[in-house]
Design a protein around this ligand. Structure first.
Ligand code: HEC
Length: 423
């Protein structure tokens, strides 16, 4: 044990030496999450699919089968995932790649804890959930009518979802990759790990996008090199689309469109979930090895910057998305006495009205090991009250700090004692 300690401590100390904004402070290396103390693959998840499986087995729930979409509508309803969250991706970048192309795009749906992938005609549905302790858990569901359909937890998914593209932990992936006419990757000009910091101009190659974004450009709806070449001459010739009828038979998708606001929220959320998992696993390992989390200072700084959107790509024109998604997304989650919620959207100069992630209220945040959770919340309090003037957070305006402080005080149970003081 002693032997292993020296290089690890040296490595951890090295991490504190550089704090780069764009990565997780060197922490994208895959973590050994199958070993103790995490034991990812051998631990039974306590997630939404485990709960649904029980209800299907007991006969309490019968998953509805639809002759066109199979289990898709039934599953969305059973797991409370709104249809309005539909986004469409046509790049052959995921598991059932042979079925995916611009005329047969893959649909992705999500809520705070569940992500669902559906490809018309493909043999399985793909589901990932957020287990508060284990991070993302991956399942397939056969698209075959059965009395009691079964979810299968699958290790194959980790080939893509368990490494460098998701902060080295089991997590969610978002890429922007130009394709040819068939959806096959065409150029090396790709951006992996899309999140809230990625400029809009670099986002959504390989995806369909509906909604308004003014003169801001993006790479969605461009299929094949000629489309990309034309985009250089005529920015946004495929931008600000209302529908996608020109591209594929709309009967292929359950809802209409591939909503720009849903995409932006997903990009914030997927990476926030990955960060939470990464910090959880890092903290568990540190605690097991050293009994403290002091070496994680750069990681918690990076986490707080992401949580508080300090490096978010600014909007230069208003974004107009599907009213149904905005309604469904903002309807859930608590509001304070003034009616404010961390889910309120701005969509004029930034994504959210109050720049602090609503996932701070998620069970996965609360399941962080207590020392790291409390240190984040205590530091957050100091930042929001202005006691901590760290320039990393200088972008946060005084009235935003005040609003977030007030909203959290009223909507987040079990804050550390320092939050209860007057300021
Ligand atoms: C070949 C790599 C690959 C494999 C294997 C893979 N995925 Fe994915 N998955 C992706 C990529 C890339 C995305 C991002 C969207 C896209 O490009 O289609 C994604 C997106 C998803 C999403 C939407 C949420 C997110 O992470 O963006 C779900 C749900 C999902 N995958 C489930 C699964 C499940 C379940 C399995 C295993 C049964 C699986 N995937 C296997 C590459 C893969």
């Amino acid at each position: 044990m002693k032997k292993g300690l020296i290089p690890f401590a040296a490595f951890a100390a090295a991490l504190t030496g550089f704090a780069r904004a764009e990565d997780f402070q060197g922490s994208t290396h895959p973590l050994e999450y199958d070993a103790a103390p995490i034991r990812y693959s051998t631990t039974e998840p306590a997630d939404a699919v485990a709960a649904l499986t029980q209800r299907i087995q007991s006969g309490e729930v019968k998953l509805h089968w639809d002759d066109t979409f199979g289990y898709l509508p039934g599953l969305l309803d059973a797991l409370h995932v709104p249809r309005s969250s539909q986004m469409l991706v046509f790049s052959k970048t995921s598991l059932q790649r042979t079925y995916i192309n611009p005329k047969n795009p893959r649909s992705v749906y999500f809520n705070d804890d569940i992500y669902i992938g559906y490809v018309p005609g493909a043999p399985v549905m793909e589901v990932s959930t957020v287990d508060p302790k284990l991070g993302a858990i991956f399942y397939t569901l056969d698209q075959e009518k059965l009395r009691k359909p079964k979810f299968t937890r699958s290790a194959d998914c980790l080939q893509c979802h368990g490494g460098l593209r998701s902060l080295g932990v089991p997590g969610h992936i978002l890429r922007s990759v130009p394709t040819d006419l068939s959806g096959e990757l065409e150029s090396r000009d790709e951006i992996s790990d899309i999140d809230q910091c990625t400029p809009l101009a670099d986002r959504w190659a390989g995806w369909f996008v509906t909604g308004q974004h003014g003169a801001q450009t993006h790479r969605g709806n461009l299929i094949g090199s000629e489309d990309f070449a034309r985009q250089l001459r005529e920015p946004n010739w495929r931008g600000n689309l209302v529908d996608l009828h020109a591209f594929f038979d709309p009967a292929k998708t359950l809802a209409s469109g591939s909503d720009i606001v849903a995409l932006m929220v997903l990009e914030h959320q997927a990476h926030m979930h990955n960060y939470i998992t990464r910090l959880n696993f890092d903290a568990q390992q540190m605690l097991a090895m050293y009994g403290h989390i002091r070496y994680l200072k750069p990681q918690t700084d990076a986490f707080l910057r992401y949580l508080l959107f300090t490096e978010e790509a600014p909007l230069t024109a208003p974004i107009g998305g599907s009213p149904a998604f905005i309604r469904d997304f903002t309807a859930t989650g608590p509001r304070d006495r003034l009616g404010r919620s961390l889910r309120d959207l701005d969509l004029r100069t930034r994504l959210f009205k109050y720049p602090c992630s609503y996932l701070i209220l998620n069970p996965a945040f609360d399941a962080l090991p207590a020392p790291i959770r409390d240190s984040i919340l205590t530091r957050l309090h100091a930042i929001l009250t202005g006691q901590d003037q760290d320039p990393q957070f200088a972008k946060l305006a005084a009235d935003d700090r005040r609003a977030i402080l007030e909203i959290l005080r009223e909507t987040k149970p079990s804050l550390p004692a320092v939050w209860r003081a007057e300021n």
